[in-house]
Design a binder for this molecule. Structure first.
Ligand code: TXA
Ligand code: MG
Length: 329
């Protein structure tokens, strides 16, 4: 097995990584949210390699990453709401689902044949430099096996994907730590498809009411009506027990805040001893991975306040705790 090349980004490295993308190879790169696994979005073989590396179902479309809003507008049709959001919140952790432009020449698998496309302009300087160097739209899911915990460090990418990825641009921990907010703008009603660091309040302040589907957790097996909303996702190997009021001796504890339980638990980590939700978001995936220890029976998670980015943390934790495909008949 050939280990991927882990490289510190520099101007010359970004030029080379851009050439690799244009040559149809996969490059993992940091964004402010999580690490992505990039391929030229117009190259069907390269896009197929992403689905193969992740073990991702073909009905689950990919986000197209662009260097700027102009490039994104060559891939998707922007209406006034999309233009306002792009101008105010890009670059940043927000993905917009919009009608696709057929003339953009995206590989059909990128959109799973939906007629819509998810576009995002990331803020991380390495992601931005790579997108400029590549000069093409870059399809990039999170750089982990499908259904698993997203990577927030280059080491997570190597652990998840190993030799399936040729090059990893290694730039330390991701600042946000949770995947981008996804907003659907394909009809008159804006719909929140995935909560993230850009909150409902941020969006509503700019474009008015946004629908927040209560039943955002769909069946684990069904092809999702809003793709990506698979019930079981972001899951470690161990079962996850939410809103724990105590911790058993055989469990690992994912604590939050200054009042972490003092007794019990074979292993323990605190998302944010000071109770800061942004710090908790940035730590969530690395701590879920670190506690995913076969010597424990489950990961017990203390309650996380359900406001601001806490809504996104709780969304990911609910999916981590949902019944797994392999456990259902
Ligand atoms: O922060 C992020 O968004 C990261 C970084 C790498 O940019 N990417 C990411 O990609 O989280 P991924 O593939 O792990 O999640 C993308 C989600 C999926 O749940 C997918 O179903 C949804 O976006 N999606 C993509 N295209 C869509 C579309 N046309 N309509 C609805 N949902 C879509
Ligand atoms: Mg993902």
């Amino acid at each position: 097995m050939i280990a991927p090349e882990l490289v510190t980004p520099s101007a010359s490295v970004l030029v080379r990584a851009g050439q690799w993308l244009r040559a149809g190879r996969l490059v993992a790169f940091p964004t402010e949210t999580v690490y992505g696994l990039g391929a030229d979005a117009t190259n069907p073989e390269a896009v197929a390699a992403i689905f193969a590396a992740k073990g991702r179902p073909s009905y689950n479309p990919l986000i197209v990453h662009c260097a700027g809003a102009d490039a994104a507008a060559r891939v998707a049709v922007f209406d006034e709401r999309a233009s306002i959001l792009a101008e105010t919140l890009w670059p940043g952790p927000l993905t917009l689902v919009l009608p696709v432009r057929p003339e953009a020449g995206l590989a059909p698998a990128v959109t799973a044949g939906l007629g819509t496309v998810a576009v995002r302009v990331p803020a991380h300087p390495t992601a931005h430099g790579l997108l400029l160097a590549a000069g093409c739209p870059v399809a990039a899911p999170s750089a982990n096996r499908s259904g698993g915990v997203s990577p927030t460090t280059p080491q997570h990418v190597v652990e998840s994907l190993g030799s399936a990825v040729a090059m990893v641009l290694a730039a330390g921990r991701c600042a946000v730590g949770l995947e981008s907010t996804i907003l659907g703008l394909c009809g008159p009603q804006a719909v929140l498809l995935r909560p993230g660091a850009v909150t409902l309040a941020d969006l509503e302040a700019l474009i008015g009411p946004v629908e927040n589907p209560e039943n955002i957790v769909a069946g684990a097996h069904a092809a999702p009506s809003a793709p990506g909303q698979l019930a079981s996702h972001y899951a470690p190997h161990l079962p996850v027990r939410l809103n724990a009021a105590t911790v058993e001796a055989e469990e690992a504890l994912l604590a939050f805040g200054p009042d972490a339980f003092v007794r019990g638990g074979r292993r323990r980590l605190n998302l944010s001893p000071g109770g800061d939700l942004h710090e908790a978001a940035a730590n969530l995936y690395a701590m879920l991975r670190a506690l995913d220890d076969p010597g424990c029976r489950a990961i017990a998670v203390m309650p996380i306040p359900d406001h601001g980015i806490g809504l996104a943390i709780n969304d990911r934790l609910r999916r981590a705790a949902a019944p797994r495909e392999t456990e259902t008949p």
